[in-house]
Design a protein around this ligand. Structure first.
Ligand SMILES: [Zn+2]
Ligand SMILES: [Zn+2]
Length: 442
């Protein structure tokens, strides 16, 4: 979830898509599926058919990457999510899987599709301070991804790809890369996120109409209900979270039913994972660093903050000659603040692999806390992620294709960045220039 001041206005993300349609560079098709309303899918001009690529490849292979946004691994149980739990038990499970810094939605979706860490993809967080712009903003622009995606690489082999992304900023950052792209709420946005019922209907309609080799789906309901407070006095928040898990499970069941009933299952690899998990903070556990930083004579007027829920990214904006002194001061102030877990000098912590877009200092909060910058009212949302407490994620492979190992558990430490190399091995693509940062989990 965004909820930050630096967001692009709703609608701007859709302007580019509308322009491509208006100027005839993409076609819009209203696919009438089983749902009440038609699904709008925009397609690249001269898009190949999946069958033609199958004939060339001498066989059918299909991959579906389904992101259960914000789902914790311990929430997938036979009672809360019977379909998903059943798929996990029948497939290859990675119980030690984790999200990667910053544990937010956009950077982890980008890692899934590029197979490289943010210092190479260019996307380290949901929100950054854009030094050229002189303001903080959401990383929701097509040009923000600087590495090749498996989507584009599959397209280059003549294969067909599809994106069905429930969040506006994901729609924005992946742009028109896929052969077929769901246009949520036909061009005119209504909210930051489309409910799973509509997202899954669009997925099913896209599979039936175009049968893409790869479909990348983000289901956003679990995350959205996670951003309400389940630790507080409102028991119904916990019930709402549980209801969302079960409702999303029913949507996953619709996809499985379609793949089985149309004979696609035996050719399919399904990758299920979350982009990050979820932590809950109590209302008093707010961390606002803007005040203490501005109170410091060296830092006053020389620091910008990009707030990412469980992570604050701090940027030195003063003279370059004072940068390291400023960084050292930011580290000292952040580390002394209650609720702060750790503050990293980003350039001197190469293991973070975040790159310069993440700023000079990366501050994580402790479990149960959240950042609210620049002031205590900036982040009213108790559910939170971005910090190390939200690293554990579900990650498993399912499907009927023989490449999927049955009923097995791996002790390997899988990550979101492993999705692209897994897909590449499945489809026979080589590593990109510079190699993968993840590894295939087939
Ligand atoms: Zn979220
Ligand atoms: Zn997310």
């Amino acid at each position: 979830m965004c909820g930050h001041t630096g967001c692009t206005h709703p609608g701007e993300r859709f302007a580019e898509g509308a322009e491509l349609l208006r100027t005839g560079r993409r076609n819009l098709l209203q696919v009438a599926g089983a749902g009440a309303a038609a699904t709008a899918i925009s397609s690249a001009l001269g898009a190949p058919s999946a069958a033609a690529a199958d004939a060339r490849a001498g066989g059918r292979k299909r991959a579906y990457v389904v992101v259960l946004d914000g789902c914790r691994p311990d929430e997938i149980t036979p009672t809360t999510m019977p379909t998903v739990a059943g798929l996990r038990a029948a497939g290859r499970n990675f119980p030690r899987a984790s999200s990667l810094p910053i544990m937010e939605t956009i950077p982890n979706h980008v890692m899934m599709m590029t197979g490289v860490r943010p210092d190479r993809s260019g996307v380290p967080a949901n929100d950054i301070y854009d030094r050229k712009l002189g303001a903080d903003r959401t990383m929701d622009r097509r040009g923000d991804i600087r590495a090749a995606t498996v989507i584009s690489r599959l397209n280059a082999t003549g294969r067909v790809t599809g994106t069905v992304l429930s969040k506006e900023y994901l729609y924005g950052v992946f742009g028109n890369r896929a052969t077929h792209r769901w246009e949520p709420a036909p061009i005119i946005p209504v909210s930051e996120h489309a409910p799973d019922l509509f997202t899954m209907q669009a997925t099913l309609d896209m599979v039936e109409a175009f049968d893409p080799h790869l479909v990348f789906v983000n289901l956003g309901d679990i995350d959205r209900t996670g951003h309400s407070d389940v630790t507080g006095p409102y028991a119904d928040a916990r019930l709402a979270r549980r209801a969302a898990l079960t409702a999303t499970d029913q949507q996953v069941a619709r996809l499985v039913d379609l793949l089985r009933s149309t004979g696609r299952w035996r050719d399919s690899l399904l990758v299920f994972l979350a982009d990050h998990s979820m932590d809950w903070s109590t209302p008093g556990n707010l961390i606002t660093l803007a005040g203490p930083l501005e109170d410091d004579p060296l830092l006053a007027g020389n620091v910008a903050i990009a707030q990412n829920g469980g992570a604050d990214l701090l940027y030195w904006t003063g003279p370059a000659t004072r940068r390291q002194a400023g960084v050292d001061r930011m580290l000292r102030i952040a580390r002394a603040h209650p609720g702060v877990l750790v503050a990293h000098d980003r350039a001197r912590t190469p293991g973070l692999r975040l790159g310069p877009n993440a700023g000079d200092v990366v501050v994580y909060c402790k479990a149960g806390c959240r950042f609210s910058d620049p002031d205590p009212s900036s982040n009213p949302i108790p559910g939170n992620h971005g910090h190390p407490a939200t690293r554990p994620i579900p990650f498993f492979l399912a499907g009927g294709h023989p490449a999927v190992r049955r009923r097995s558990t791996s002790s390997a430490h899988a990550h979101t960045v492993d999705v692209a190399p897994t897909l590449a091995q499945f489809f026979g693509l080589g590593a990109p220039r510079g190699g993968w940062d993840g590894r295939s989990r087939l």
